[in-house]
Design a protein around this ligand. Structure first.
Ligand code: ATP
Ligand code: MG
Length: 458
């Protein structure tokens, strides 16, 4: 174990608590990642202590921020100047009764480290470390489980998932992130506690799913979600695609294709979410092809899928901007390029999808082709369009009103037009002309065209 990666601020904080007669240990995910020999994954250093929150505040004074006093947590800014590190210090606590499946009704503080470890979710997360001696406190066999790459609940899994519905999804998330397997008893508790999982807030579900989608192979987590029933509760629309057969272009059913597409997608949250949702409407739009038994069409599944994605992402409380980006990718994912496209067609295409969406849309198509599972080379489908679009973008040709050589202000100043809807109408007409012929995008030319347009209107 690389004890030397423990920051000096953590040592300093634990020493300060111990000098005043309290116990203090590094605990939780950071110890797990030390034991796994993956120190680069560690983002937060958490400390557990016998000192009460008020004592912690008293000891660290201005450097203590009472972030979650009611949960027994104080954030301590340890170290000086540029070397400040914020560390969460939590008093030994047990778990009160959960009546809502989300958070304990009240926090009960406990006397010993062992009691504190008992309330933690998985054995690998219930490890405490004495930073000075390197001694591990491993009451539940977490080190052995890490060696076996197993996620196992502390205590009885069914009871633990019944207290807090988020734990079931955390198990799956860790399985995807760490590439561990979930112990059979722990896994079996998930379907039995889905009613408790259903009470978890959509924001927390979204945050866990973001982490699953950021894994090397998100399918590890998504397949577990499907198998345990978590997916049907969190995203029932996606569960509709299990076993839905497609056509001769696809080696997989819709759900398996979705998994393969997500795995193949560039590791970017927008692209991965779009990959997850791109075919969400296939089950609802599927129709048998006339005269071709076993073949199906999915007419307008891109458009229906965009609407369904919008509803799903709203439910998950995505920020509007990210939601719009993902929905746009789903809506446009069926674009079909042909070498006959003129440069103006390429520009129109970029305008329609929004130039910023081009890179992600190509990423999505590449993943989609790989996800068909027939070993096709995606470059054959996207290479030429990518080259032509990148040329267009590099030439900085006008693709939106803001790129025009004149703006509303010029129309008012030079043509004496009054502010109003006519200005927008003229600018849109100018953009149309410039997309057809980029050479027109110069101030004098555009002013002349605007005069014509305004004249024709009066
Ligand atoms: P990560 O490295 O992804 O942050 P983590 O294990 O540090 O994973 P956190 O959510 O940061 O996870 O929580 C820190 C610790 O608190 C966990 O290691 C675990 O001991 C405990 N914990 C967190 N959430 C729960 C929960 N829902 N139920 C029980 N214990 C939990
Ligand atoms: Mg953490």
């Amino acid at each position: 174990m690389r004890l030397d990666v423990i920051p000096p601020q953590v040592h300093e904080l634990c020493r300060a608590l111990r000098e005043r007669g309290h116990e203090a240990f590094v605990v939780g995910g950071c110890v797990r990642d030390l034991v796994r020999d993956d120190p680069l994954r560690i983002k937060d250093w958490d400390v557990t202590t016998s000192a009460s929150p008020h004592e912690v505040v008293r000891i660290f004074g201005k450097r203590a921020i009472p972030t979650g006093l009611q949960h027994g947590t104080v954030t301590v800014l340890s170290g000086r100047g540029d070397h400040r590190l914020s560390i969460e210090v939590t008093t030994y606590r047990g778990e009160g009764a959960y009546s809502d499946g989300r958070r304990p009704d009240a926090v009960t503080f406990v006397r010993t480290l062992e009691e504190d470890l008992a309330r933690r979710d998985f054995t690998m997360n219930a490890l405490a470390l004495d930073p000075t001696t390197g001694e591990l406190r491993d009451v539940y066999g977490g080190v052995a489980d890490i060696a076996r790459r197993k996620i196992r609940a502390v205590g009885e899994a069914r009871a633990r998932f019944g207290e807090d519905g988020l734990r079931a999804l955390r198990a799956v998330r860790f399985a995807a992130q760490l590439e561990f397997t979930v112990d059979p008893d722990t896994l079996a508790a998930i379907p039995e506690t889905l009613d408790v999982f259903a009470k978890v807030s959509m924001e927390r579900v979204r945050d866990e799913m973001m982490k699953i989608l950021a894994a090397r192979q998100p399918s590890r987590g998504l397949a577990l979600m499907a198998e345990t029933g978590l997916l049907a509760r969190a995203l029932p629309e996606l569960a509709e695609s299990f076993g839905v057969a497609q056509n001769r272009y696809h080696a997989f059913d819709v759900w398996s294709h979705t998994l393969a597409t997500v795995d193949a997608a560039r590791n970017d949250p927008i692209v991965r979410w779009a990959a997850l949702l791109h075919d969400v409407a296939k089950p609802r739009t599927r129709a048998a092809k006339e005269g071709e038994p076993g073949e199906f069409t999915f007419f307008r599944h891109d458009l229906v899928g965009a609407d369904m994605s919008e509803a799903i992402l709203k439910r998950l409380r995505f920020p509007n901007r990210e939601r719009d980006e993902i929905v746009g990718l789903v809506r446009n994912h069926m674009f079909w390029y042909a070498p006959e496209w003129t440069d103006a067609t390429v520009r129109r295409f970029l305008v329609r999808i929004g130039p910023d969406a081009f890179g992600p849309l190509i990423d999505l198509r590449v993943a989609d082709v790989v996800g068909r599972g027939r070993g096709e080379d995606p470059e054959i489908e996207v290479g030429e369009l990518r080259r032509r679009a990148e040329e267009t973008i590099a030439k900085a040709q006008a693709l939106k009103i803001a790129d025009l050589a004149i703006g509303g202000r010029d129309l008012i100043g030079e043509l004496g037009l009054a502010p109003g809807p006519l200005l927008g109408e003229i600018l849109r007409a100018l953009l149309e002309r410039v997309i057809d012929d980029p050479a027109l995008n110069d101030r004098e030319t555009l002013l002349a065209l605007s005069r014509e347009h305004a004249g024709a209107r009066s």
